[in-house]
Design a protein around this ligand. Structure first.
Ligand SMILES: *[C@@H]1O[C@H](CO)[C@@H](O)[C@H](O)[C@H]1NC(C)=O
Ligand SMILES: *[C@@H]1O[C@H](CO)[C@@H](O)[C@H](O)[C@H]1NC(C)=O
Ligand SMILES: *[C@@H]1O[C@H](CO)[C@@H](O)[C@H](O)[C@H]1NC(C)=O
Ligand SMILES: *[C@@H]1O[C@H](CO)[C@@H](O)[C@H](O)[C@H]1NC(C)=O
Length: 475
Protein backbone atom coordinates (compact mmCIF):
# COMPACT_ATOMS: atom_id res chain seq x y z
CA UNK A 1 0.00 0.00 0.00
CA UNK A 2 2.82 2.41 0.96
CA UNK A 3 4.64 1.62 -2.25
CA UNK A 4 1.52 2.02 -4.30
CA UNK A 5 0.70 5.40 -2.88
CA UNK A 6 4.37 6.41 -3.28
CA UNK A 7 4.17 5.61 -6.96
CA UNK A 8 0.94 7.55 -7.24
CA UNK A 9 2.56 10.61 -5.64
CA UNK A 10 5.58 10.48 -7.95
CA UNK A 11 3.28 10.03 -10.86
CA UNK A 12 1.11 13.00 -9.97
CA UNK A 13 4.19 15.16 -9.38
CA UNK A 14 5.70 14.26 -12.71
CA UNK A 15 2.42 14.94 -14.48
CA UNK A 16 2.29 18.34 -12.87
CA UNK A 17 5.92 19.09 -13.66
CA UNK A 18 6.12 17.83 -17.19
CA UNK A 19 2.57 17.83 -18.38
CA UNK A 20 2.83 21.26 -19.94
CA UNK A 21 5.56 20.14 -22.27
CA UNK A 22 3.03 18.09 -24.16
CA UNK A 23 1.79 21.28 -25.66
CA UNK A 24 4.85 21.85 -27.81
CA UNK A 25 3.37 20.28 -30.88
CA UNK A 26 -0.10 21.54 -30.13
CA UNK A 27 1.15 25.07 -29.79
CA UNK A 28 2.70 24.99 -33.23
CA UNK A 29 -0.42 23.65 -34.80
CA UNK A 30 -2.41 26.50 -33.30
CA UNK A 31 -0.60 29.29 -35.02
CA UNK A 32 -2.15 30.62 -38.22
CA UNK A 33 -5.36 28.84 -37.43
CA UNK A 34 -8.23 31.11 -36.69
CA UNK A 35 -8.74 30.69 -33.00
CA UNK A 36 -12.19 30.38 -31.64
CA UNK A 37 -12.10 31.82 -28.18
CA UNK A 38 -15.68 30.92 -27.50
CA UNK A 39 -15.10 27.20 -28.06
CA UNK A 40 -11.42 26.47 -27.51
CA UNK A 41 -10.43 22.89 -28.30
CA UNK A 42 -10.42 20.90 -25.08
CA UNK A 43 -6.76 20.99 -24.07
CA UNK A 44 -5.38 18.18 -21.98
CA UNK A 45 -4.94 19.58 -18.52
CA UNK A 46 -1.35 19.73 -17.30
CA UNK A 47 -2.45 20.10 -13.74
CA UNK A 48 -4.63 17.09 -13.29
CA UNK A 49 -3.30 13.57 -13.25
CA UNK A 50 -5.10 11.41 -15.79
CA UNK A 51 -5.33 7.68 -16.26
CA UNK A 52 -2.64 7.64 -18.94
CA UNK A 53 1.02 7.66 -17.94
CA UNK A 54 2.56 11.10 -18.34
CA UNK A 55 4.50 11.67 -21.49
CA UNK A 56 7.92 13.03 -20.69
CA UNK A 57 9.73 14.27 -23.75
CA UNK A 58 13.47 13.88 -23.40
CA UNK A 59 14.27 17.15 -25.10
CA UNK A 60 11.88 20.01 -24.54
CA UNK A 61 13.54 22.03 -27.30
CA UNK A 62 13.74 19.76 -30.30
CA UNK A 63 15.52 21.61 -33.04
CA UNK A 64 16.38 18.86 -35.48
CA UNK A 65 17.14 21.08 -38.43
CA UNK A 66 18.38 24.45 -37.32
CA UNK A 67 19.64 25.32 -40.76
CA UNK A 68 17.17 26.74 -43.19
CA UNK A 69 16.39 24.43 -46.01
CA UNK A 70 16.65 26.34 -49.26
CA UNK A 71 14.77 24.93 -52.19
CA UNK A 72 16.71 22.25 -54.08
CA UNK A 73 18.89 23.57 -56.88
CA UNK A 74 18.88 26.96 -55.23
CA UNK A 75 21.30 26.11 -52.46
CA UNK A 76 24.37 28.16 -51.64
CA UNK A 77 23.72 31.09 -53.90
CA UNK A 78 21.35 32.62 -51.39
CA UNK A 79 23.58 32.23 -48.30
CA UNK A 80 25.49 35.33 -47.36
CA UNK A 81 28.02 34.38 -44.72
CA UNK A 82 29.08 37.48 -42.78
CA UNK A 83 32.67 36.21 -42.72
CA UNK A 84 32.75 36.53 -46.51
CA UNK A 85 31.89 40.18 -45.99
CA UNK A 86 34.83 40.73 -43.66
CA UNK A 87 33.40 39.83 -40.25
CA UNK A 88 36.10 38.58 -37.91
CA UNK A 89 34.02 37.10 -35.10
CA UNK A 90 36.70 37.26 -32.43
CA UNK A 91 34.55 39.09 -29.90
CA UNK A 92 36.45 42.35 -30.14
CA UNK A 93 36.66 43.52 -33.76
CA UNK A 94 33.88 45.74 -35.05
CA UNK A 95 31.84 43.55 -37.40
CA UNK A 96 29.13 46.14 -38.01
CA UNK A 97 29.96 46.88 -41.64
CA UNK A 98 30.13 43.19 -42.54
CA UNK A 99 26.65 42.55 -41.15
CA UNK A 100 25.20 45.57 -42.89
CA UNK A 101 26.72 44.55 -46.22
CA UNK A 102 25.60 40.92 -45.92
CA UNK A 103 22.10 42.13 -45.03
CA UNK A 104 21.96 44.38 -48.05
CA UNK A 105 22.99 41.57 -50.38
CA UNK A 106 20.60 39.00 -48.86
CA UNK A 107 17.74 41.48 -48.79
CA UNK A 108 17.94 41.83 -52.56
CA UNK A 109 17.37 38.16 -53.37
CA UNK A 110 14.44 35.88 -52.66
CA UNK A 111 14.96 33.62 -49.61
CA UNK A 112 18.30 35.19 -48.84
CA UNK A 113 20.09 34.00 -45.71
CA UNK A 114 22.48 36.15 -43.68
CA UNK A 115 24.59 33.59 -41.87
CA UNK A 116 26.57 34.30 -38.69
CA UNK A 117 28.32 30.95 -38.37
CA UNK A 118 28.90 28.81 -35.32
CA UNK A 119 32.10 29.53 -33.42
CA UNK A 120 32.10 33.25 -34.22
CA UNK A 121 31.52 35.92 -31.59
CA UNK A 122 30.38 38.90 -33.57
CA UNK A 123 30.27 42.39 -32.16
CA UNK A 124 28.17 44.97 -33.94
CA UNK A 125 26.96 48.49 -33.18
CA UNK A 126 23.32 49.50 -33.10
CA UNK A 127 21.90 48.79 -36.55
CA UNK A 128 18.57 49.21 -38.29
CA UNK A 129 18.11 46.24 -40.60
CA UNK A 130 15.49 47.69 -42.90
CA UNK A 131 13.29 46.44 -45.63
CA UNK A 132 11.46 46.14 -47.76
CA UNK A 133 13.37 43.01 -48.73
CA UNK A 134 12.54 40.11 -51.02
CA UNK A 135 10.38 37.59 -49.16
CA UNK A 136 11.82 34.71 -47.19
CA UNK A 137 14.79 36.56 -45.76
CA UNK A 138 16.48 34.78 -42.84
CA UNK A 139 19.03 35.99 -40.32
CA UNK A 140 20.60 32.74 -39.22
CA UNK A 141 22.59 33.13 -36.02
CA UNK A 142 24.58 30.04 -35.11
CA UNK A 143 27.35 31.90 -33.31
CA UNK A 144 27.15 34.70 -30.77
CA UNK A 145 26.02 38.20 -31.61
CA UNK A 146 26.66 41.03 -29.17
CA UNK A 147 26.63 44.81 -28.83
CA UNK A 148 29.47 47.00 -27.55
CA UNK A 149 30.12 46.44 -23.86
CA UNK A 150 28.14 49.07 -21.98
CA UNK A 151 27.49 52.81 -22.35
CA UNK A 152 31.16 53.78 -22.54
CA UNK A 153 31.77 51.66 -25.61
CA UNK A 154 28.50 52.65 -27.32
CA UNK A 155 29.09 54.65 -30.46
CA UNK A 156 28.13 58.28 -29.92
CA UNK A 157 26.45 58.51 -33.27
CA UNK A 158 24.10 55.60 -32.48
CA UNK A 159 20.83 55.71 -30.61
CA UNK A 160 21.24 54.22 -27.16
CA UNK A 161 17.60 53.25 -26.93
CA UNK A 162 17.84 50.27 -29.26
CA UNK A 163 20.37 47.85 -30.65
CA UNK A 164 19.09 45.41 -33.30
CA UNK A 165 16.15 46.92 -35.13
CA UNK A 166 14.18 45.08 -37.81
CA UNK A 167 12.12 47.56 -39.75
CA UNK A 168 9.57 47.33 -42.54
CA UNK A 169 10.06 43.63 -43.18
CA UNK A 170 7.52 41.15 -44.47
CA UNK A 171 8.14 37.42 -44.26
CA UNK A 172 11.37 37.44 -42.28
CA UNK A 173 12.86 34.88 -39.87
CA UNK A 174 15.46 35.40 -37.15
CA UNK A 175 16.60 31.97 -36.06
CA UNK A 176 19.49 29.68 -35.31
CA UNK A 177 21.12 27.78 -32.53
CA UNK A 178 23.21 30.76 -31.48
CA UNK A 179 23.01 33.34 -28.73
CA UNK A 180 22.19 37.00 -28.70
CA UNK A 181 24.28 38.26 -25.77
CA UNK A 182 23.33 41.72 -24.54
CA UNK A 183 26.31 42.59 -22.33
CA UNK A 184 23.82 44.22 -19.98
CA UNK A 185 25.84 44.45 -16.78
CA UNK A 186 27.32 47.93 -17.25
CA UNK A 187 23.89 49.31 -18.12
CA UNK A 188 22.27 47.66 -15.08
CA UNK A 189 24.97 49.23 -12.92
CA UNK A 190 24.23 52.80 -14.01
CA UNK A 191 23.50 54.89 -10.90
CA UNK A 192 20.14 55.91 -12.36
CA UNK A 193 18.82 52.34 -12.19
CA UNK A 194 16.69 51.34 -9.23
CA UNK A 195 18.84 51.02 -6.11
CA UNK A 196 22.14 51.45 -7.91
CA UNK A 197 22.96 54.88 -6.53
CA UNK A 198 24.88 55.50 -3.31
CA UNK A 199 23.28 53.85 -0.26
CA UNK A 200 20.74 51.93 -2.28
CA UNK A 201 19.18 55.04 -3.80
CA UNK A 202 18.29 55.73 -7.41
CA UNK A 203 20.05 58.73 -8.88
CA UNK A 204 18.35 60.99 -11.34
CA UNK A 205 19.92 61.59 -14.72
CA UNK A 206 19.85 60.04 -18.15
CA UNK A 207 18.96 56.43 -17.89
CA UNK A 208 18.13 55.37 -21.41
CA UNK A 209 19.33 51.86 -22.15
CA UNK A 210 18.94 49.91 -25.34
CA UNK A 211 16.16 47.46 -26.09
CA UNK A 212 18.05 44.50 -27.43
CA UNK A 213 15.86 43.36 -30.34
CA UNK A 214 13.12 45.54 -31.74
CA UNK A 215 10.71 44.70 -34.54
CA UNK A 216 9.04 47.78 -35.91
CA UNK A 217 6.33 48.10 -38.59
CA UNK A 218 6.83 44.54 -39.80
CA UNK A 219 4.59 41.67 -40.86
CA UNK A 220 4.87 37.89 -40.78
CA UNK A 221 8.02 37.64 -38.75
CA UNK A 222 9.29 34.65 -36.88
CA UNK A 223 11.85 34.28 -34.11
CA UNK A 224 12.89 30.76 -33.27
CA UNK A 225 15.48 28.61 -31.58
CA UNK A 226 17.63 31.42 -30.23
CA UNK A 227 18.99 32.13 -26.76
CA UNK A 228 18.59 35.78 -25.93
CA UNK A 229 20.26 36.94 -22.76
CA UNK A 230 21.50 39.76 -20.56
CA UNK A 231 19.71 42.58 -22.29
CA UNK A 232 20.53 46.12 -21.14
CA UNK A 233 16.75 46.74 -21.08
CA UNK A 234 13.78 44.94 -22.77
CA UNK A 235 14.94 41.78 -24.54
CA UNK A 236 12.43 41.92 -27.38
CA UNK A 237 9.90 44.48 -28.37
CA UNK A 238 7.35 44.46 -31.17
CA UNK A 239 5.60 47.63 -32.22
CA UNK A 240 3.30 48.16 -35.14
CA UNK A 241 3.62 44.53 -36.22
CA UNK A 242 1.18 41.96 -37.52
CA UNK A 243 1.73 38.21 -37.73
CA UNK A 244 4.43 37.30 -35.22
CA UNK A 245 5.47 33.75 -34.36
CA UNK A 246 7.89 33.10 -31.51
CA UNK A 247 8.90 29.53 -30.96
CA UNK A 248 11.43 27.62 -28.87
CA UNK A 249 13.35 30.56 -27.53
CA UNK A 250 15.05 31.07 -24.19
CA UNK A 251 15.35 34.49 -22.66
CA UNK A 252 17.46 34.91 -19.57
CA UNK A 253 18.81 37.69 -17.42
CA UNK A 254 19.45 37.84 -13.68
CA UNK A 255 16.50 38.21 -11.35
CA UNK A 256 17.76 41.60 -10.18
CA UNK A 257 18.50 43.14 -13.58
CA UNK A 258 16.33 46.27 -13.90
CA UNK A 259 13.67 46.69 -16.62
CA UNK A 260 14.69 43.59 -18.51
CA UNK A 261 11.20 42.66 -19.74
CA UNK A 262 11.21 39.48 -21.78
CA UNK A 263 8.89 40.24 -24.70
CA UNK A 264 6.84 43.41 -25.03
CA UNK A 265 4.08 44.10 -27.55
CA UNK A 266 2.52 47.40 -28.52
CA UNK A 267 0.06 47.99 -31.39
CA UNK A 268 0.64 44.46 -32.59
CA UNK A 269 -1.86 41.86 -33.82
CA UNK A 270 -1.89 38.12 -34.53
CA UNK A 271 0.85 36.75 -32.33
CA UNK A 272 1.75 33.23 -31.26
CA UNK A 273 4.31 32.54 -28.53
CA UNK A 274 5.01 28.88 -27.97
CA UNK A 275 7.31 26.60 -26.07
CA UNK A 276 9.64 29.19 -24.64
CA UNK A 277 11.39 29.98 -21.37
CA UNK A 278 11.80 33.42 -19.85
CA UNK A 279 13.70 34.27 -16.67
CA UNK A 280 14.49 37.90 -16.03
CA UNK A 281 14.14 40.90 -13.75
CA UNK A 282 10.85 42.33 -14.99
CA UNK A 283 7.70 41.29 -16.87
CA UNK A 284 7.97 37.94 -18.61
CA UNK A 285 5.59 39.04 -21.36
CA UNK A 286 3.97 42.46 -21.39
CA UNK A 287 1.14 43.59 -23.63
CA UNK A 288 0.50 47.26 -24.23
CA UNK A 289 -2.19 49.21 -26.00
CA UNK A 290 -3.37 48.36 -29.50
CA UNK A 291 -2.76 44.62 -29.20
CA UNK A 292 -5.19 41.86 -30.09
CA UNK A 293 -5.20 38.22 -30.98
CA UNK A 294 -2.21 37.08 -28.94
CA UNK A 295 -1.93 33.38 -28.16
CA UNK A 296 0.57 32.27 -25.52
CA UNK A 297 1.07 28.57 -24.86
CA UNK A 298 3.71 26.37 -23.32
CA UNK A 299 5.68 29.22 -21.79
CA UNK A 300 7.59 29.04 -18.52
CA UNK A 301 8.17 32.35 -16.75
CA UNK A 302 10.41 32.67 -13.74
CA UNK A 303 11.91 34.23 -11.95
CA UNK A 304 10.11 37.20 -13.44
CA UNK A 305 7.30 39.66 -12.89
CA UNK A 306 4.75 37.50 -14.67
CA UNK A 307 2.48 38.12 -17.62
CA UNK A 308 1.17 41.63 -17.70
CA UNK A 309 -1.43 43.51 -19.69
CA UNK A 310 -0.70 47.20 -19.29
CA UNK A 311 -0.10 49.63 -18.04
CA UNK A 312 -2.94 51.17 -20.03
CA UNK A 313 -4.63 54.54 -20.19
CA UNK A 314 -1.75 56.71 -18.96
CA UNK A 315 -2.35 60.48 -19.30
CA UNK A 316 -6.03 59.86 -20.07
CA UNK A 317 -5.19 58.01 -23.27
CA UNK A 318 -7.39 55.51 -25.05
CA UNK A 319 -6.27 51.89 -24.81
CA UNK A 320 -7.65 48.82 -26.52
CA UNK A 321 -6.52 45.27 -25.85
CA UNK A 322 -8.56 42.22 -26.77
CA UNK A 323 -8.52 38.53 -27.54
CA UNK A 324 -5.57 37.38 -25.49
CA UNK A 325 -5.19 33.74 -24.45
CA UNK A 326 -2.59 32.35 -22.09
CA UNK A 327 -2.67 28.59 -21.71
CA UNK A 328 -0.56 25.74 -20.42
CA UNK A 329 1.92 28.05 -18.82
CA UNK A 330 4.03 27.91 -15.67
CA UNK A 331 4.79 31.01 -13.63
CA UNK A 332 7.28 30.56 -10.84
CA UNK A 333 9.15 32.70 -8.31
CA UNK A 334 7.49 35.77 -9.58
CA UNK A 335 6.28 39.18 -8.41
CA UNK A 336 2.82 39.01 -10.03
CA UNK A 337 1.32 36.15 -11.98
CA UNK A 338 -1.43 37.30 -14.33
CA UNK A 339 -1.77 41.06 -14.10
CA UNK A 340 -3.95 43.71 -15.71
CA UNK A 341 -2.95 47.25 -14.81
CA UNK A 342 -4.58 50.48 -15.88
CA UNK A 343 -4.23 54.10 -14.79
CA UNK A 344 -7.07 56.24 -13.55
CA UNK A 345 -8.45 58.37 -16.38
CA UNK A 346 -8.17 56.83 -19.82
CA UNK A 347 -10.80 55.23 -22.03
CA UNK A 348 -11.12 52.07 -24.10
CA UNK A 349 -11.19 48.52 -22.90
CA UNK A 350 -9.43 45.26 -22.12
CA UNK A 351 -11.65 42.37 -23.08
CA UNK A 352 -11.98 38.78 -24.10
CA UNK A 353 -9.09 37.35 -22.11
CA UNK A 354 -8.67 33.68 -21.32
CA UNK A 355 -6.17 32.37 -18.79
CA UNK A 356 -6.33 28.60 -18.71
CA UNK A 357 -4.20 25.81 -17.23
CA UNK A 358 -1.73 28.01 -15.44
CA UNK A 359 0.55 26.60 -12.81
CA UNK A 360 1.73 29.06 -10.17
CA UNK A 361 4.76 28.32 -8.01
CA UNK A 362 5.57 30.76 -5.23
CA UNK A 363 3.99 33.76 -6.93
CA UNK A 364 3.12 37.12 -5.36
CA UNK A 365 -0.26 38.45 -6.61
CA UNK A 366 -1.17 35.39 -8.68
CA UNK A 367 -4.27 37.04 -10.13
CA UNK A 368 -4.44 40.81 -10.05
CA UNK A 369 -6.43 43.56 -11.70
CA UNK A 370 -5.18 46.97 -10.64
CA UNK A 371 -7.09 49.91 -12.08
CA UNK A 372 -5.34 52.34 -9.76
CA UNK A 373 -1.88 51.87 -11.21
CA UNK A 374 0.28 54.83 -10.32
CA UNK A 375 4.03 55.25 -10.10
CA UNK A 376 4.09 58.29 -7.90
CA UNK A 377 1.57 57.17 -5.27
CA UNK A 378 -0.39 60.41 -5.54
CA UNK A 379 -2.55 59.92 -8.62
CA UNK A 380 -6.09 61.29 -8.33
CA UNK A 381 -9.17 59.16 -8.86
CA UNK A 382 -10.74 60.11 -12.16
CA UNK A 383 -14.20 59.81 -13.64
CA UNK A 384 -13.17 57.59 -16.54
CA UNK A 385 -11.19 54.37 -16.82
CA UNK A 386 -10.22 51.67 -19.27
CA UNK A 387 -13.01 49.10 -18.99
CA UNK A 388 -12.13 45.49 -18.14
CA UNK A 389 -14.68 42.84 -19.16
CA UNK A 390 -15.08 39.23 -20.30
CA UNK A 391 -12.11 37.73 -18.47
CA UNK A 392 -11.90 34.02 -17.71
CA UNK A 393 -9.58 32.34 -15.22
CA UNK A 394 -9.75 28.55 -15.63
CA UNK A 395 -7.72 25.88 -13.91
CA UNK A 396 -5.24 28.18 -12.21
CA UNK A 397 -3.48 26.16 -9.54
CA UNK A 398 -0.41 26.18 -7.39
CA UNK A 399 1.16 28.24 -4.66
CA UNK A 400 1.45 31.88 -3.70
CA UNK A 401 3.79 34.00 -1.67
CA UNK A 402 1.84 35.00 1.45
CA UNK A 403 3.18 38.58 1.49
CA UNK A 404 0.09 39.63 -0.43
CA UNK A 405 -3.34 38.12 -1.14
CA UNK A 406 -3.25 35.80 -4.16
CA UNK A 407 -6.39 37.25 -5.75
CA UNK A 408 -6.91 40.98 -6.05
CA UNK A 409 -9.51 42.76 -8.17
CA UNK A 410 -9.19 46.52 -7.67
CA UNK A 411 -11.56 47.83 -10.30
CA UNK A 412 -12.29 51.45 -10.88
CA UNK A 413 -14.95 53.22 -8.84
CA UNK A 414 -16.55 54.71 -11.93
CA UNK A 415 -16.20 51.79 -14.36
CA UNK A 416 -16.67 48.31 -12.93
CA UNK A 417 -14.94 45.16 -14.15
CA UNK A 418 -17.62 42.86 -15.51
CA UNK A 419 -18.10 39.26 -16.50
CA UNK A 420 -15.11 37.78 -14.70
CA UNK A 421 -15.36 33.99 -14.70
CA UNK A 422 -13.43 31.90 -12.19
CA UNK A 423 -13.33 28.15 -12.51
CA UNK A 424 -11.01 25.74 -10.71
CA UNK A 425 -8.88 28.47 -9.23
CA UNK A 426 -7.04 26.82 -6.35
CA UNK A 427 -4.13 28.61 -4.74
CA UNK A 428 -2.34 27.59 -1.57
CA UNK A 429 0.45 29.27 0.37
CA UNK A 430 3.96 28.28 -0.69
CA UNK A 431 4.80 28.45 2.98
CA UNK A 432 3.24 30.01 6.05
CA UNK A 433 -0.33 30.87 6.90
CA UNK A 434 -3.19 30.88 4.47
CA UNK A 435 -4.08 34.41 3.37
CA UNK A 436 -7.78 34.04 2.96
CA UNK A 437 -8.83 37.58 2.26
CA UNK A 438 -9.02 38.00 -1.47
CA UNK A 439 -9.87 41.55 -2.41
CA UNK A 440 -12.54 42.73 -4.84
CA UNK A 441 -13.67 46.26 -5.42
CA UNK A 442 -16.42 46.92 -7.97
CA UNK A 443 -15.79 43.56 -9.67
CA UNK A 444 -18.69 41.58 -11.17
CA UNK A 445 -18.46 37.93 -12.10
CA UNK A 446 -19.17 34.32 -11.32
CA UNK A 447 -17.40 31.41 -9.72
CA UNK A 448 -18.22 28.23 -11.59
CA UNK A 449 -16.49 26.23 -8.91
CA UNK A 450 -15.50 27.20 -5.41
CA UNK A 451 -12.31 29.20 -5.51
CA UNK A 452 -9.49 28.55 -3.04
CA UNK A 453 -9.01 30.76 -1.14
CA UNK A 454 -12.75 31.36 -1.13
CA UNK A 455 -13.87 34.71 -2.49
CA UNK A 456 -17.17 36.19 -1.47
CA UNK A 457 -16.55 39.68 -2.76
CA UNK A 458 -17.33 39.18 -6.48
CA UNK A 459 -20.59 40.92 -7.28
CA UNK A 460 -23.35 39.09 -9.11
CA UNK A 461 -24.95 40.29 -12.31
CA UNK A 462 -23.80 43.48 -13.94
CA UNK A 463 -23.90 47.15 -13.09
CA UNK A 464 -26.11 49.63 -14.84
CA UNK A 465 -24.07 50.81 -17.81
CA UNK A 466 -24.16 54.44 -18.78
CA UNK A 467 -25.91 54.90 -22.10
CA UNK A 468 -23.05 57.02 -23.41
CA UNK A 469 -20.81 53.98 -23.82
CA UNK A 470 -20.95 52.29 -27.20
CA UNK A 471 -20.76 48.52 -27.13
CA UNK A 472 -17.00 48.49 -27.75
CA UNK A 473 -16.22 51.25 -25.27
CA UNK A 474 -14.53 53.23 -27.99
CA UNK A 475 -12.34 50.41 -29.29
C1 LIG B 1 31.07 51.21 -33.77
O1 LIG B 1 31.27 51.89 -32.55
C2 LIG B 1 32.63 52.24 -32.29
C3 LIG B 1 32.66 52.99 -30.98
O2 LIG B 1 32.15 52.23 -29.97
C4 LIG B 1 33.18 53.14 -33.37
O3 LIG B 1 34.54 53.36 -33.15
C5 LIG B 1 32.98 52.47 -34.72
O4 LIG B 1 33.35 53.37 -35.73
C6 LIG B 1 31.52 52.09 -34.90
N1 LIG B 1 31.38 51.39 -36.16
C7 LIG B 1 30.57 51.81 -37.11
C8 LIG B 1 30.54 51.00 -38.34
O5 LIG B 1 29.84 52.80 -36.98
C1 LIG C 1 -11.80 39.25 -31.13
O1 LIG C 1 -12.40 37.99 -31.36
C2 LIG C 1 -13.75 38.07 -31.79
C3 LIG C 1 -14.26 36.65 -31.95
O2 LIG C 1 -14.13 35.95 -30.78
C4 LIG C 1 -13.83 38.83 -33.10
O3 LIG C 1 -15.18 38.98 -33.48
C5 LIG C 1 -13.20 40.20 -32.94
O4 LIG C 1 -13.16 40.85 -34.18
C6 LIG C 1 -11.79 40.08 -32.40
N1 LIG C 1 -11.28 41.41 -32.13
C7 LIG C 1 -10.14 41.85 -32.63
C8 LIG C 1 -9.79 43.25 -32.33
O5 LIG C 1 -9.37 41.13 -33.28
C1 LIG D 1 -9.71 56.11 -5.11
O1 LIG D 1 -10.79 55.21 -4.99
C2 LIG D 1 -10.51 54.04 -4.22
C3 LIG D 1 -11.71 53.13 -4.30
O2 LIG D 1 -12.88 53.79 -3.95
C4 LIG D 1 -10.18 54.44 -2.79
O3 LIG D 1 -9.88 53.29 -2.03
C5 LIG D 1 -8.98 55.37 -2.82
O4 LIG D 1 -8.72 55.82 -1.53
C6 LIG D 1 -9.24 56.57 -3.73
N1 LIG D 1 -8.01 57.30 -3.88
C7 LIG D 1 -7.94 58.63 -3.81
C8 LIG D 1 -6.61 59.24 -4.01
O5 LIG D 1 -8.94 59.31 -3.59
C1 LIG E 1 -18.81 36.67 -20.60
O1 LIG E 1 -17.53 36.42 -21.17
C2 LIG E 1 -17.48 35.24 -21.94
C3 LIG E 1 -16.05 35.10 -22.43
O2 LIG E 1 -15.14 35.45 -21.47
C4 LIG E 1 -18.45 35.32 -23.10
O3 LIG E 1 -18.43 34.12 -23.81
C5 LIG E 1 -19.84 35.61 -22.61
O4 LIG E 1 -20.70 35.84 -23.70
C6 LIG E 1 -19.83 36.85 -21.71
N1 LIG E 1 -21.13 37.02 -21.13
C7 LIG E 1 -21.82 38.15 -21.24
C8 LIG E 1 -23.12 38.17 -20.55
O5 LIG E 1 -21.39 39.12 -21.85
Amino acid sequence: MRILSGILVIYIISTVLFGHLNYVAQGRAHYHKRRNLKNPPPPPSPLVATANPPQVPSDPYPNPNPNPDPAPGNSDSCIFDVTSFGAVGDGSCDDTEAFRAAWKAACAVESGVVLAPEGGVFKINSTIFSGPCKPGLVLQLDGVLMPPDGPEEWSEKDSNSQWLVFYRLDCFTFSGKGTVEGNGQKWWDLPCKPHRGPDGTTSSGPCISPTMIRFFMSKNVEVKGLRIQNSPQFHMKFDGCEGVLINDIQISSPKLSPNTDGIHFGNTRSVGIYNSLVSNGDDCISIGTGCSDIDIQGVTCGPSHGISIGSLGVHNSQACVSNITVRNTVIRDSDNGLRIKTWQGGTGSVSNLLFENIQMENVLNCIIVDQYYCLSKDCRNETSAVRVYDVEYRNIKGTYDVRSPPIHFACSDTVACTNITMSEVELLPEEGELVDDPFCWNAYGTQETLTIPPIDCLLEGSPVVEASFDSNYGC
